[in-house]
Ligand binder design. Structure first.
Ligand SMILES: NC(=O)c1ccc[n+]([C@@H]2O[C@H](COP(=O)([O-])OP(=O)(O)OC[C@H]3O[C@@H](n4cnc5c(N)ncnc54)[C@H](O)[C@@H]3O)[C@@H](O)[C@H]2O)c1
Length: 253
């Protein structure tokens, strides 16, 4: 795909959140290869990534204003920053609940609120890294599941409210991806194995596979793709993969 996208985003300005690591870093790299001027935002600055706590509405507004003041336009926003803290509802603290909702959900609303005003003339695209947790519940993640479901709602709202201005929105239903988040929450061993068993692919995704979907969604000729999800989950939400592998073993079929 890399060759196909060379030059496709020439003169376009792209903002990627959560760009210091994992999917965001891969997205920043691929949009750059495709010709875009890319500004990364993250808690951690460095390597071309600017410091911004995306759960802070004023910080998001200031960051987008700065980008437009500097480069004169805003074409694509990839809202990708995310965090999770494992635990069922009864054990989730207020601080952790607010942090998860702030980064995974509220931040993307702030990106839309501050970003659309710069896209109204020329159009633009919001790509959000949602998750398979946006269409089904992963265990021990009530706030994360809520936030990712809400993100798909935001995607639909943007499509409906701003379609006439040429603004599109797409939510990526990402399956398990080998990033720092998975290394921390699903360490190698039985926990990691249970995550992999939920997929048909029988492996984790690479961050690059998710970045390709983000770039595809944002391509100017993906022009009829809006208001819905793009599923890159290795079949995790397609059906009962773990049951299938047990049944196939039991029946020998
Ligand atoms: N890894 C997976 O299995 C998986 C699956 C589905 C969806 N996702 C989603 O993909 C996105 C990227 O996650 P990842 O897997 O690359 O994890 P990651 O931990 O490698 O990257 C997440 C990035 O978000 C940044 N971030 C966290 N809080 C922030 C804040 N307040 N302001 C700005 N940046 C902040 C972190 O510093 C980090 O660089 C997240 O939205 C995550 O929910 C991940």
């Amino acid at each position: 795909m890399t060759q196909d996208i060379f030059g496709r985003f020439d003169e376009h300005v792209v903002v990627v959140t959560g760009a210091a690591s994992g999917i965001g870093a891969a997205s920043m790299e691929l949009f750059t290869k495709a010709g875009a001027t890319v500004v990364g935002l993250d808690l951690v600055a460095g390597n071309g990534v600017r410091s911004c706590d995306v759960s802070d509405p004023d910080a998001v507004h200031a960051a987008l204003e700065e980008v437009v003041a500097e480069y004169g336009r805003l074409d694509v926003v990839h809202g990708n920053a995310g965090v999770n803290v494992p635990g069922r509802a009864h054990s989730l603290t207020d601080v952790d609940y607010r942090r998860i909702m702030g980064v995974c959900c509220d931040a993307n609303f702030y990106l839309v609120r501050s970003g659309v005003r710069h896209m109204r003339e020329r159009g633009g695209v919001f790509v959000f890294t949602a998750s398979m947790c946006g269409v089904a519940a992963t265990p021990r993640s009530p706030a994360y599941n809520m936030a990712k479901h809400a993100l798909i709602g935001l995607t639909r709202s943007v499509a409906v409210d701003y379609g006439a201005q040429g603004i599109r929105a797409v939510a990526l239903v990402a399956g398990p991806v080998h990033t720092a988040m998975v290394d921390e929450l699903w360490p190698e061993g039985p926990l990691r194995d249970s995550l992999i068993a939920a997929t048909s692919a029988g492996r984790l995704s690479t961050p690059e596979e998710q970045a390709r979907a983000a770039v595809f969604a944002a391509l100017p000729d993906s022009s009829y793709l809006t208001g819905g999800v793009l599923t890159i989950d290795g079949g995790a939400t397609a059906g009962w993969n773990e049951m299938a592998s047990r049944m196939l073993t039991l029946t020998g079929a």
